[in-house]
Design a protein around this ligand. Structure first.
Ligand code: PLP
Length: 287
């Protein structure tokens, strides 16, 4: 299958998709990104909250939003079509632009917008995941979806070397903030769904936001309150969420099984409800 990327206004084959040596994304990770899931109905799931978060990230860095939501969606669908991708992810990156290497460039630059696609078949039955905890060594603005992911990558490597699928990051007080590329959840020993509140310590996941609405519809109790590693180890259930994974159960933390070491009933309910939500969507957003 031919692979086509989008680079600053042009659809180009992968091997012709070049970024300048002086792109500030390359020199300084001076840029942000978003990852959209695209389902078999041809819909970008929760596209508008993704655009809202992209706008938030760009505003924090004083980078202009390059296109309207509508124009971006046209480009995104066209990229899917050109790649003959029926289901998968779309990665969107925007950097501040191109300029000779200097920490500060006061003149506004032309932002560089790149998109690429990764085909993926989403499965109704999620895999059972293992996580290992590692210190959260990232910066203090995790609400910005920065392309600088070193802290996350180092955590995930640490977990992967022990056979983990994801790293759960804990802060200096021993509270889990989130996963390296996912939001972290437990069903605590009182049966309450718990996840870190929205602060700059976490990325407010689009699936996280959707799942909170789903839990409310299902009348499931939720508390947006940080939990410790010890609380997670005593939890009835644990799971993670992201656009690439949806809702995935966690069956062990640091090698210790979570409860019975199987997917719990609340995770099952939420996972099914999120699957159903995604697959009943017929358009990106309502006019
Ligand atoms: N937290 C971090 C650090 C992430 O990188 C991601 C996704 O990339 C998430 C949470 C989940 O966000 P979303 O549900 O928008 O995919």
């Amino acid at each position: 299958m031919s692979r086509i990327a989008y680079v600053n206004g042009s659809f180009v084959p992968y091997n012709e998709a070049y970024i300048s040596m002086n792109d500030r994304g390359y020199h300084f990770a001076d840029g942000v990104y978003e990852v959209f899931s695209y389902n078999w109905k041809g819909v970008f799931v929760d596209a508008i909250p993704h655009f809202d978060r992209l706008r938030h990230s760009l505003e924090a860095l004083d980078i202009a939003f390059p296109l309207s939501n509508k124009s971006l969606l046209i480009v995104m669908h066209e990229l899917m079509r050109r790649n003959r991708c029926r289901e998968g992810y779309l990665y969107l990156q925007i950097t501040r632009g191109v300029a000779p290497r200097d920490h500060v460039v006061l003149d506004p630059l032309h932002p560089v917008l790149t998109l690429f696609v990764r085909p993926h078949v989403f499965k109704e039955t999620p895999p059972l995941l293992k996580v290992f905890t590692t210190p959260d060594i990232r910066w203090k603005r995790n609400d910005i979806k920065s392309i600088s992911l070193l802290g996350a990558i180092m955590g995930k490597y640490q977990s992967a070397r022990q056979g983990g699928d994801e790293a759960w990051l804990y802060n200096d007080q021993g509270f889990i903030t989130e996963g390296s590329a996912t939001n972290a959840w437990i069903v605590n020993n009182q049966g309450i769904i718990q996840t870190h509140p929205v602060t700059p310590a976490i990325l407010n996941g689009i699936v996280r936001q959707r799942l909170l609405k789903i839990a409310e519809t299902l009348s499931l109790p939720v508390e947006e309150k940080a939990f410790t590693i010890e609380e997670a180890l005593k939890a009835q259930e644990a799971f993670l969420t992201s656009s690439t994974k949806g809702v995935h159960p966690i069956i062990s933390i640091d090698g210790h099984p979570v409860a019975s070491g199987m997917m719990g009933p609340i995770t099952d309910k939420l996972q099914r409800a999120y699957w159903h939500f995604q697959h009943t969507l017929t358009k990106d957003y309502d006019e």
